[in-house]
Design a protein around this ligand. Structure first.
Ligand SMILES: [Zn+2]
Length: 220
């Protein structure tokens, strides 16, 4: 990914930060817990498969032991001055995203629906971008930064659309005793970062394979 003197910037409003914290943390923490707790359900499901005439539907099974990547849409506005500023007012998770082992992407139908719902609510607010998460709660902040896991992968960059929208990658990592004294470099490559409870978060913006600086509220 290239870096250059930016003429774009992204500002994330407080409500959108909360949207992102909840969506990214829940999808990183809960699926692995359920996966561990629900081994019995998997056994039950296997039995169910051999009993096709049974009326009850099988219980939910979440196939993730490392946290689900989540994706969704960024709602807000674009302000044109000496630079183009993307103001993110809300971040809406997309439940029916397409996913594989190493990527996640909201599908086109979800995007259309989001456009329609949003247009009905407000003429000002638009769908200005997409976001997805990198759940890395089993790794320390040191490891995440050292291995550049808080940046878009090559697959992320190739999915990035060459239109007027932006992309955000939100990475979550956990603080453990061995890294409790770790201090993030807050100016590192224009990636916004903050901690909340026992988690660290990075917010990295990009557009057309170019990194875009991200501003977050000074307090949450
Ligand atoms: Zn990614």
């Amino acid at each position: 990914m290239r870096t250059r003197k930016p003429n774009f910037e992204i500002s994330i409003q407080p409500e959108a930060i909360w949207d992102l914290i909840y969506a990214v943390t829940e999808s990183a923490i809960v699926p692995p817990l359920l996966m561990r707790e629900n081994r019995k359900r998997i056994d039950h499901y296997k039995k169910f498969l051999k009993q096709p005439k049974r009326r009850n539907t099988p219980p939910n099974i979440i196939f993730s032991s490392t946290g689900l990547e989540i994706s969704g849409f960024l709602l807000g506005s674009i302000i044109y001055s000496d630079k183009r500023s993307y103001i993110v007012e809300r971040a809406i998770p997309s439940v029916s995203a397409n996913r594989s082992d190493d990527w996640v992407e909201s599908n086109y139908q979800s995007k259309l629906l989001t456009h329609r719902l949003n247009r009905h609510a407000s003429q000002e607010r638009k769908v200005i971008g997409n976001f997805h998460s990198h759940p890395e709660v089993d790794k320390s902040p040191n490891f995440v930064e050292g291995h550049r896991l808080n940046r878009p992968s090559e697959a992320d960059l190739s999915f990035s659309k060459y239109d007027r929208t932006i992309d955000l990658v939100i990475t979550i990592s956990s603080t453990e005793d061995r890294c409790r004294n770790y201090r993030l470099n807050e100016n590192s490559d224009q990636i916004a970062c903050f901690s909340y409870m026992s988690f660290y978060y990075w917010v990295c913006g990009h557009k057309n394979r170019v990194q875009v600086p991200v501003n977050i509220p000074s307090s949450i």
